[in-house]
Design a protein around this ligand. Sequence first.
Ligand SMILES: C[S@@+](CC[C@H](N)C(=O)[O-])C[C@H]1O[C@@H](n2cnc3c(N)ncnc32)[C@H](O)[C@@H]1O
Length: 259
Amino acid sequence: MPDFAEIKRAAGGMLAAETYGAVYDAACGVEKGDILEIGTAHGAATIALARGLKDRGHDGKVLTIDKISGGSREAFGDVEANLRIINGNFDKFDVAGKIDFHVGTSWDIAAQLPEGLEIGLLMLDADGAIDRDFRLFYNAVLPGSPIIIDDYMPDFVRLYRRGRTVRVDQKRRLTALLIHYFEEKGLLHATRLVGETWFGKKPERVTGKVEFDLGEIAEVYRRLTFADAELHNPLAEFIGNATRKFPGLHKALKRIYTK
Ligand SMILES: C[S@@+](CC[C@H](N)C(=O)[O-])C[C@H]1O[C@@H](n2cnc3c(N)ncnc32)[C@H](O)[C@@H]1O
């Protein structure tokens, strides 16, 4: 069994170690096709997925896509610097041969993926726009295959204070709204939640080509117009940001604050 806490630590994983365990289990169950992941970051989930395939002797690969620029990746340098970190992590866990890493957005890379790609597991952990990635890849997912989507938190809106302005982050709320929409359409079936990560599958009976209704999807986005959220105490927020690099301390302080 891989050491998921070590994978999380070494590859700067943004999910809980327990979640990487569940991701690994899902990869171990893949029977056919390749795995597609959107949102590699520094490769923690990618490594868990690749180890799952490798440990089961599955000959498929993990195709993984990340733009590795802007957002959370900026703190680590430019694309080249991020690439060095990612390749180093894949080597460290001896899974480089099981992974095809593509630099770019999912939209840019979709056309470069092999024609006739069969996806035996889809993992989305990018920017919450799961409708875009479903339009690009859902039809290539084999019926009955696992789908894993991170950042599922219904009605959760995060506010970040930056000086006199406040940044509103509705990624988790958007993800949950879109998952609920696709569940209602019969295109997703939930199996379990691990922390903020939704685990489910493409139902077996969805065997034909699905056309996505952009008008209906726009209605889901329209629900983002208004949201309620709580602004934290500025001192707590300052301490929270300052301790983010030390996850143990950060979690302990957060527990005290939440109480
Ligand atoms: C939350 S992180 C992924 C965390 C990672 N799965 C882990 O286990 O640590 C989200 C990543 O998605 C990437 N991203 C955001 N939008 C994207 C897009 N449209 N296409 C590809 N990558 C994207 C970001 O660059 C970032 O590295």
